[in-house]
Write a protein of this length. Structure first.
Length: 224
């Protein structure tokens, strides 16, 4: 899937050779099995580039194609969901690009900006993602949850995400609950007085279940 989730009749916005003339800003170097993540400004557009080309050969040839292909497939399923990057594509075997999301992660903004209206919109974003058969699995922290310039929520970095359409219903609900607990945790942190008893009970229920999840520690299910 070389074009990611760009429309099939649309050519790639740039090739690897074009990165040499782009303004590049390193965002995250990552560990040896992770991509180097950079922002590339080219031809008036900004992209997040995930590039494995500098990693050891066994990472480049065996792990990178799997990780890139899975993430692009997930993004394709989420096309036209407001709050998810609208365009992404495969640069080559070792790299992909996702349209850069302007804004800041919620861990880097004044807590007063995380309002009940923002959290309700974030819950709706998660619900729409789940309706497409996707779980993110890394939203309990703050790094992947964005507040965009218009104050609306966004989600980035789908490397740990999974497609749930083929899963048993109980497992799908369990993984969706893990995502939902990320939103509920933020209610507790930023707007506890507006959280309501139903959300509190739901968070307590999910936290009890997390102790027994066989996926804990995998697929991004971190101890946040």
């Amino acid at each position: 899937m070389l074009r990611g989730h760009l429309p099939m009749n649309q050519s790639k916005p740039f090739e690897r050779v074009d990165l040499a003339r782009a303004k590049m800003t390193l965002l995250r170097n990552g560990r040896i099995a992770n991509a180097v993540v950079s922002r590339a400004d080219i031809d008036g557009r900004s992209w997040t580039v995930k590039d494995f080309s500098g990693r050891p050969w066994y990472i480049r040839w065996f792990i990178a194609p799997f990780l890139l292909g899975r993430e692009l497939s997930i993004l394709s399923r989420l096309r036209n969901v407001d709050g998810i990057a609208p365009d992404s594509f495969r640069i080559d075997r070792f790299a992909m690009a996702v349209e850069y999301m302007e804004g800041s992660s919620i861990g880097h903004v004044d807590p007063s900006q995380i309002t009940p209206a923002f959290l309700e919109a974030f819950e709706k974003l998660l619900a729409e993602m789940h309706a497409r058969g996707v779980v993110h699995l890394d939203v309990r922290g703050s790094g992947n949850v964005m507040i965009r310039p218009d104050g609306s929520p966004g989600l980035i970095d789908f490397q740990a995400s999974l497609y749930t359409g083929h899963m048993p219903a109980f497992l799908r609900r369990l993984l969706e609950d893990f995502d939902r607990s990320g939103a509920l945790k933020k209610w507790l942190k930023y707007c506890p007085e507006a959280m309501g008893e139903d959300r509190r009970r739901d968070l307590e229920r999910i936290n009890r279940l997390r102790r027994f999840w066989i996926f804990r520690g995998y697929f991004g299910l971190k101890k946040h």
